[in-house]
Design a protein around this ligand. Structure first.
Ligand SMILES: [Zn+2]
Length: 392
Protein backbone atom coordinates (compact mmCIF):
# COMPACT_ATOMS: atom_id res chain seq x y z
CA UNK A 1 0.00 0.00 0.00
CA UNK A 2 1.35 3.41 -0.96
CA UNK A 3 1.57 6.31 1.42
CA UNK A 4 -1.14 8.06 -0.65
CA UNK A 5 -3.52 5.14 -0.25
CA UNK A 6 -2.95 5.14 3.55
CA UNK A 7 -3.83 8.87 3.76
CA UNK A 8 -7.04 8.66 1.65
CA UNK A 9 -10.28 8.53 3.69
CA UNK A 10 -12.08 5.25 4.10
CA UNK A 11 -15.71 5.97 2.99
CA UNK A 12 -17.28 3.34 5.26
CA UNK A 13 -15.48 4.71 8.41
CA UNK A 14 -16.56 8.29 7.52
CA UNK A 15 -20.26 7.29 7.42
CA UNK A 16 -20.02 5.69 10.88
CA UNK A 17 -18.37 8.83 12.26
CA UNK A 18 -21.12 11.05 10.71
CA UNK A 19 -23.87 8.93 12.26
CA UNK A 20 -22.09 9.11 15.63
CA UNK A 21 -21.79 12.90 15.61
CA UNK A 22 -25.49 13.19 14.68
CA UNK A 23 -26.43 11.17 17.76
CA UNK A 24 -24.04 13.25 19.89
CA UNK A 25 -25.67 16.44 18.58
CA UNK A 26 -29.15 15.11 19.31
CA UNK A 27 -28.11 14.03 22.82
CA UNK A 28 -26.58 17.45 23.50
CA UNK A 29 -29.71 19.17 22.14
CA UNK A 30 -31.87 17.03 24.44
CA UNK A 31 -29.66 17.76 27.45
CA UNK A 32 -29.80 21.51 26.75
CA UNK A 33 -33.61 21.33 26.37
CA UNK A 34 -33.93 19.56 29.74
CA UNK A 35 -31.61 22.07 31.45
CA UNK A 36 -33.50 25.03 29.92
CA UNK A 37 -36.82 23.54 31.03
CA UNK A 38 -35.59 23.10 34.61
CA UNK A 39 -34.06 26.60 34.72
CA UNK A 40 -37.25 28.14 33.28
CA UNK A 41 -39.28 26.42 36.02
CA UNK A 42 -37.04 28.01 38.65
CA UNK A 43 -37.22 31.37 36.84
CA UNK A 44 -41.01 31.31 36.55
CA UNK A 45 -41.38 30.26 40.21
CA UNK A 46 -40.16 33.79 40.99
CA UNK A 47 -43.43 35.07 39.47
CA UNK A 48 -45.61 33.47 42.14
CA UNK A 49 -46.32 35.54 45.23
CA UNK A 50 -45.68 33.76 48.53
CA UNK A 51 -49.02 33.81 50.43
CA UNK A 52 -49.97 36.51 52.94
CA UNK A 53 -52.47 35.62 55.69
CA UNK A 54 -54.51 38.74 56.60
CA UNK A 55 -55.17 38.92 60.34
CA UNK A 56 -58.49 39.53 62.09
CA UNK A 57 -57.82 43.29 61.93
CA UNK A 58 -58.02 43.34 58.12
CA UNK A 59 -61.43 44.69 57.14
CA UNK A 60 -61.07 45.07 53.40
CA UNK A 61 -58.88 44.55 50.37
CA UNK A 62 -58.43 46.33 47.04
CA UNK A 63 -56.01 46.51 44.13
CA UNK A 64 -53.81 49.51 43.48
CA UNK A 65 -55.33 49.72 39.98
CA UNK A 66 -58.63 50.70 41.65
CA UNK A 67 -56.96 54.11 42.13
CA UNK A 68 -55.45 54.32 38.64
CA UNK A 69 -56.73 51.80 36.04
CA UNK A 70 -53.67 52.47 33.83
CA UNK A 71 -51.76 49.73 35.72
CA UNK A 72 -54.52 47.10 35.54
CA UNK A 73 -53.30 43.71 34.24
CA UNK A 74 -49.65 44.76 34.58
CA UNK A 75 -46.97 43.72 37.07
CA UNK A 76 -47.24 47.18 38.67
CA UNK A 77 -50.62 46.26 40.13
CA UNK A 78 -50.55 45.04 43.71
CA UNK A 79 -52.70 44.27 46.75
CA UNK A 80 -53.90 46.99 49.15
CA UNK A 81 -55.18 45.98 52.63
CA UNK A 82 -57.49 48.02 54.86
CA UNK A 83 -57.59 47.83 58.66
CA UNK A 84 -60.46 50.02 59.82
CA UNK A 85 -61.45 50.73 63.42
CA UNK A 86 -65.01 50.95 64.72
CA UNK A 87 -64.47 54.61 65.68
CA UNK A 88 -63.73 57.19 62.96
CA UNK A 89 -60.34 58.94 62.93
CA UNK A 90 -57.38 59.56 60.66
CA UNK A 91 -55.70 57.35 58.06
CA UNK A 92 -52.10 56.18 57.79
CA UNK A 93 -50.42 54.41 54.86
CA UNK A 94 -47.73 51.78 55.48
CA UNK A 95 -45.82 51.09 52.26
CA UNK A 96 -43.62 47.97 52.27
CA UNK A 97 -41.51 46.55 49.46
CA UNK A 98 -40.59 49.73 47.60
CA UNK A 99 -37.17 48.09 47.15
CA UNK A 100 -37.61 44.29 47.25
CA UNK A 101 -33.89 43.82 48.08
CA UNK A 102 -34.64 45.49 51.46
CA UNK A 103 -36.55 42.59 53.04
CA UNK A 104 -37.38 44.11 56.46
CA UNK A 105 -39.59 46.61 54.62
CA UNK A 106 -42.06 44.13 53.15
CA UNK A 107 -41.79 41.86 56.22
CA UNK A 108 -42.77 44.75 58.52
CA UNK A 109 -45.84 45.50 56.42
CA UNK A 110 -46.79 41.79 56.37
CA UNK A 111 -46.28 41.47 60.16
CA UNK A 112 -48.46 44.54 60.68
CA UNK A 113 -51.34 43.33 58.54
CA UNK A 114 -51.22 39.86 60.09
CA UNK A 115 -51.32 41.24 63.68
CA UNK A 116 -52.67 44.80 63.97
CA UNK A 117 -56.22 45.50 65.09
CA UNK A 118 -57.24 49.13 64.61
CA UNK A 119 -59.43 50.62 67.35
CA UNK A 120 -59.87 54.09 65.85
CA UNK A 121 -59.11 55.43 62.37
CA UNK A 122 -57.61 53.40 59.53
CA UNK A 123 -54.41 51.76 58.43
CA UNK A 124 -53.86 51.08 54.73
CA UNK A 125 -51.06 48.59 54.13
CA UNK A 126 -49.34 47.82 50.81
CA UNK A 127 -46.87 44.99 51.47
CA UNK A 128 -45.45 44.61 47.94
CA UNK A 129 -45.37 48.14 46.53
CA UNK A 130 -42.88 47.31 43.78
CA UNK A 131 -44.57 44.01 42.93
CA UNK A 132 -42.55 43.45 39.75
CA UNK A 133 -39.27 43.87 41.66
CA UNK A 134 -40.04 40.72 43.69
CA UNK A 135 -39.81 38.59 40.53
CA UNK A 136 -36.07 39.04 39.89
CA UNK A 137 -32.90 39.66 41.86
CA UNK A 138 -30.30 42.21 40.74
CA UNK A 139 -27.65 40.82 38.36
CA UNK A 140 -24.09 40.14 39.58
CA UNK A 141 -25.06 40.32 43.28
CA UNK A 142 -25.39 36.59 43.98
CA UNK A 143 -28.58 37.00 46.01
CA UNK A 144 -30.65 33.94 46.87
CA UNK A 145 -34.15 34.14 45.38
CA UNK A 146 -35.85 33.28 48.67
CA UNK A 147 -35.20 33.33 52.42
CA UNK A 148 -36.98 31.59 55.27
CA UNK A 149 -38.21 32.74 58.68
CA UNK A 150 -38.30 30.11 61.43
CA UNK A 151 -41.66 29.87 63.17
CA UNK A 152 -42.89 27.87 66.16
CA UNK A 153 -44.92 25.76 63.68
CA UNK A 154 -42.38 25.41 60.87
CA UNK A 155 -40.80 27.82 58.39
CA UNK A 156 -42.23 30.38 56.02
CA UNK A 157 -40.69 31.37 52.70
CA UNK A 158 -40.34 34.93 51.41
CA UNK A 159 -38.96 36.29 48.19
CA UNK A 160 -35.80 38.40 47.99
CA UNK A 161 -36.15 40.68 45.00
CA UNK A 162 -34.26 43.37 43.13
CA UNK A 163 -34.07 47.12 43.62
CA UNK A 164 -36.16 48.04 40.59
CA UNK A 165 -38.91 46.88 38.26
CA UNK A 166 -38.00 43.60 36.52
CA UNK A 167 -36.50 44.49 33.07
CA UNK A 168 -38.80 41.81 31.60
CA UNK A 169 -41.70 44.10 32.61
CA UNK A 170 -40.10 47.43 31.63
CA UNK A 171 -37.41 47.61 28.96
CA UNK A 172 -35.15 49.17 27.67
CA UNK A 173 -33.67 51.69 30.10
CA UNK A 174 -32.78 55.12 28.68
CA UNK A 175 -29.15 56.30 28.92
CA UNK A 176 -30.22 59.12 31.26
CA UNK A 177 -33.53 59.13 33.09
CA UNK A 178 -35.09 62.56 33.59
CA UNK A 179 -37.90 62.02 36.08
CA UNK A 180 -41.19 63.92 36.21
CA UNK A 181 -39.66 66.55 38.51
CA UNK A 182 -36.75 67.20 36.13
CA UNK A 183 -34.11 65.36 38.19
CA UNK A 184 -31.47 63.72 35.96
CA UNK A 185 -30.58 60.20 37.00
CA UNK A 186 -28.65 57.18 35.70
CA UNK A 187 -30.67 55.14 33.16
CA UNK A 188 -31.53 52.12 35.38
CA UNK A 189 -33.18 54.47 37.92
CA UNK A 190 -36.10 54.61 35.46
CA UNK A 191 -37.17 51.33 37.12
CA UNK A 192 -36.69 52.64 40.69
CA UNK A 193 -40.08 53.39 42.28
CA UNK A 194 -38.47 55.72 44.81
CA UNK A 195 -37.10 58.00 42.08
CA UNK A 196 -40.32 58.09 40.06
CA UNK A 197 -42.71 60.09 42.26
CA UNK A 198 -45.06 61.85 41.85
CA UNK A 199 -45.38 59.59 38.83
CA UNK A 200 -46.82 60.04 35.37
CA UNK A 201 -50.12 58.46 34.23
CA UNK A 202 -48.74 58.21 30.66
CA UNK A 203 -45.12 57.40 31.56
CA UNK A 204 -42.97 54.29 32.06
CA UNK A 205 -44.58 51.40 33.99
CA UNK A 206 -42.72 52.42 37.18
CA UNK A 207 -43.92 56.02 36.77
CA UNK A 208 -47.49 54.79 36.36
CA UNK A 209 -47.05 52.73 39.55
CA UNK A 210 -45.78 55.83 41.38
CA UNK A 211 -48.76 57.79 40.05
CA UNK A 212 -51.17 55.09 41.33
CA UNK A 213 -49.63 55.27 44.83
CA UNK A 214 -49.98 59.07 44.86
CA UNK A 215 -53.61 58.63 43.71
CA UNK A 216 -54.17 56.18 46.60
CA UNK A 217 -52.85 58.80 49.06
CA UNK A 218 -55.01 61.49 47.45
CA UNK A 219 -58.25 59.53 47.08
CA UNK A 220 -58.11 57.96 50.57
CA UNK A 221 -57.14 61.35 52.10
CA UNK A 222 -54.22 59.78 53.94
CA UNK A 223 -52.92 61.94 56.82
CA UNK A 224 -49.61 60.17 57.46
CA UNK A 225 -47.70 58.15 54.83
CA UNK A 226 -44.77 55.95 55.81
CA UNK A 227 -42.36 54.35 53.30
CA UNK A 228 -40.27 51.50 54.79
CA UNK A 229 -36.70 50.92 53.60
CA UNK A 230 -33.33 49.42 54.43
CA UNK A 231 -29.81 50.48 53.52
CA UNK A 232 -26.29 49.10 53.91
CA UNK A 233 -24.56 49.73 57.27
CA UNK A 234 -21.95 52.00 55.63
CA UNK A 235 -24.67 54.33 54.24
CA UNK A 236 -24.90 57.57 56.28
CA UNK A 237 -28.72 57.71 56.46
CA UNK A 238 -29.37 54.57 58.49
CA UNK A 239 -31.51 53.73 61.53
CA UNK A 240 -33.14 57.01 60.66
CA UNK A 241 -36.33 58.72 59.54
CA UNK A 242 -36.27 61.08 56.56
CA UNK A 243 -39.14 63.52 56.96
CA UNK A 244 -40.82 66.04 54.67
CA UNK A 245 -40.87 69.47 56.31
CA UNK A 246 -44.57 68.94 57.08
CA UNK A 247 -43.58 65.93 59.25
CA UNK A 248 -40.22 66.91 60.79
CA UNK A 249 -41.77 67.94 64.15
CA UNK A 250 -43.64 64.64 64.28
CA UNK A 251 -40.49 62.62 63.47
CA UNK A 252 -38.33 64.51 66.00
CA UNK A 253 -40.79 63.99 68.84
CA UNK A 254 -41.18 60.30 67.95
CA UNK A 255 -37.35 59.93 67.85
CA UNK A 256 -37.03 61.52 71.32
CA UNK A 257 -39.67 59.20 72.78
CA UNK A 258 -38.07 56.17 71.08
CA UNK A 259 -34.72 57.15 72.56
CA UNK A 260 -36.29 57.20 76.05
CA UNK A 261 -37.34 53.62 75.30
CA UNK A 262 -33.78 52.68 74.33
CA UNK A 263 -34.20 52.76 70.55
CA UNK A 264 -31.70 55.09 68.88
CA UNK A 265 -33.02 56.65 65.68
CA UNK A 266 -31.99 59.75 63.74
CA UNK A 267 -34.07 62.31 61.86
CA UNK A 268 -33.03 63.81 58.53
CA UNK A 269 -35.00 66.55 56.78
CA UNK A 270 -36.01 65.65 53.21
CA UNK A 271 -33.82 67.79 50.89
CA UNK A 272 -36.05 70.14 48.87
CA UNK A 273 -34.03 69.70 45.65
CA UNK A 274 -33.77 65.88 45.75
CA UNK A 275 -36.72 65.06 43.52
CA UNK A 276 -38.63 61.88 42.87
CA UNK A 277 -38.46 60.37 46.37
CA UNK A 278 -41.49 59.49 48.50
CA UNK A 279 -40.57 61.71 51.48
CA UNK A 280 -40.40 64.72 49.11
CA UNK A 281 -43.03 64.16 46.42
CA UNK A 282 -45.83 62.60 48.52
CA UNK A 283 -45.83 65.65 50.79
CA UNK A 284 -45.54 68.17 47.93
CA UNK A 285 -48.17 66.50 45.74
CA UNK A 286 -50.83 65.68 48.33
CA UNK A 287 -50.07 67.41 51.63
CA UNK A 288 -49.82 64.06 53.45
CA UNK A 289 -47.21 63.94 56.21
CA UNK A 290 -44.47 61.94 54.48
CA UNK A 291 -41.79 59.94 56.30
CA UNK A 292 -39.31 57.31 55.08
CA UNK A 293 -37.67 54.93 57.60
CA UNK A 294 -34.34 53.09 57.10
CA UNK A 295 -32.95 50.06 58.93
CA UNK A 296 -29.55 48.38 58.39
CA UNK A 297 -29.34 45.44 55.97
CA UNK A 298 -25.77 44.08 55.59
CA UNK A 299 -26.85 41.88 52.63
CA UNK A 300 -27.16 45.07 50.57
CA UNK A 301 -23.72 46.42 51.45
CA UNK A 302 -20.52 46.40 49.43
CA UNK A 303 -18.38 45.23 52.37
CA UNK A 304 -20.27 41.94 52.79
CA UNK A 305 -18.73 38.49 52.56
CA UNK A 306 -20.78 35.39 51.65
CA UNK A 307 -24.16 36.41 50.27
CA UNK A 308 -26.67 33.83 51.42
CA UNK A 309 -29.93 33.35 53.32
CA UNK A 310 -28.14 33.46 56.69
CA UNK A 311 -26.79 36.92 55.93
CA UNK A 312 -30.26 38.15 54.94
CA UNK A 313 -31.98 36.74 58.04
CA UNK A 314 -29.31 36.70 60.75
CA UNK A 315 -27.37 39.70 59.46
CA UNK A 316 -24.03 38.47 60.84
CA UNK A 317 -20.96 39.26 58.74
CA UNK A 318 -17.36 39.29 59.99
CA UNK A 319 -16.27 41.93 57.47
CA UNK A 320 -18.98 44.29 58.73
CA UNK A 321 -17.97 43.35 62.25
CA UNK A 322 -14.41 44.45 61.46
CA UNK A 323 -15.64 47.65 59.71
CA UNK A 324 -17.66 48.41 62.86
CA UNK A 325 -14.56 47.96 65.04
CA UNK A 326 -12.73 50.40 62.75
CA UNK A 327 -15.52 52.97 63.14
CA UNK A 328 -16.47 52.91 59.45
CA UNK A 329 -20.19 52.25 59.92
CA UNK A 330 -23.17 54.42 60.80
CA UNK A 331 -24.78 51.79 63.05
CA UNK A 332 -23.39 49.75 65.92
CA UNK A 333 -22.39 46.39 64.41
CA UNK A 334 -21.05 43.76 66.78
CA UNK A 335 -21.01 39.96 66.89
CA UNK A 336 -24.81 39.94 66.98
CA UNK A 337 -24.89 41.70 63.57
CA UNK A 338 -28.12 43.23 62.31
CA UNK A 339 -30.71 40.41 62.51
CA UNK A 340 -34.13 40.58 60.87
CA UNK A 341 -35.87 40.63 64.31
CA UNK A 342 -33.98 43.79 65.20
CA UNK A 343 -34.82 45.47 61.88
CA UNK A 344 -38.51 44.56 61.72
CA UNK A 345 -38.97 45.24 65.47
CA UNK A 346 -37.37 48.65 65.01
CA UNK A 347 -39.64 49.49 62.06
CA UNK A 348 -42.79 48.41 63.92
CA UNK A 349 -41.93 50.33 67.09
CA UNK A 350 -41.06 53.45 65.04
CA UNK A 351 -44.36 53.27 63.12
CA UNK A 352 -46.28 52.77 66.39
CA UNK A 353 -44.59 55.81 67.92
CA UNK A 354 -45.30 57.97 64.86
CA UNK A 355 -49.00 56.99 65.00
CA UNK A 356 -49.09 57.75 68.74
CA UNK A 357 -47.48 61.20 68.39
CA UNK A 358 -49.60 62.05 65.33
CA UNK A 359 -52.77 61.16 67.28
CA UNK A 360 -51.71 63.25 70.29
CA UNK A 361 -51.52 66.39 68.14
CA UNK A 362 -54.48 65.54 65.87
CA UNK A 363 -57.05 64.04 68.29
CA UNK A 364 -59.89 64.29 65.75
CA UNK A 365 -57.73 62.26 63.31
CA UNK A 366 -56.58 59.67 65.88
CA UNK A 367 -55.19 56.37 64.55
CA UNK A 368 -55.18 53.90 67.48
CA UNK A 369 -53.75 50.44 66.80
CA UNK A 370 -53.68 47.42 69.14
CA UNK A 371 -51.81 44.10 69.06
CA UNK A 372 -48.64 45.24 67.34
CA UNK A 373 -45.58 43.68 68.98
CA UNK A 374 -42.96 45.99 70.50
CA UNK A 375 -39.28 46.02 69.55
CA UNK A 376 -38.38 44.02 72.69
CA UNK A 377 -41.15 41.48 72.11
CA UNK A 378 -39.96 40.78 68.55
CA UNK A 379 -36.36 40.48 69.80
CA UNK A 380 -37.32 38.12 72.64
CA UNK A 381 -39.86 35.92 70.86
CA UNK A 382 -38.47 36.02 67.33
CA UNK A 383 -40.24 37.36 64.26
CA UNK A 384 -41.74 33.94 63.52
CA UNK A 385 -43.93 34.23 66.63
CA UNK A 386 -45.78 37.12 64.92
CA UNK A 387 -46.20 35.63 61.46
CA UNK A 388 -49.23 33.55 60.54
CA UNK A 389 -48.79 30.01 59.33
CA UNK A 390 -51.05 28.06 56.96
CA UNK A 391 -51.51 25.36 59.62
CA UNK A 392 -52.53 28.01 62.13
ZN1 LIG B 1 -34.76 51.58 49.76
Amino acid sequence: MSVDAQMSPDPSRETTRGRGSRWTALALFGAVAVILFLVSQEFMAMWEDPPIYPGQGVTGQARLSDYYPGIEDTWADTDVYFLEGAAPGGTALILGGTHPNEPASSLTAITMLENAVVRQGRLIVVPRAAHSGFTATDPQEGFPQVYHIEMPTGTREFRYGGRGTNPVHQWPDPVIYVNGSGQQLAGPEVRNLNRSYPGDPEGYLTERLAYAIVELIRQEEIDLSIDLHEASPEYPVINAMVAHENAVDLAVEAALLLEFEGLQIGVEPSPANLRGLSHREWGDATGTKAILIESANPAQGRLRGSTNEALIVEGVDRYYNRAGEMGLLYVPFGDEGSPMEERVGRHIQTVSKLLEVFSTYNPERTIAVDDLPTFNEVLQNGLGAYLAHPEG
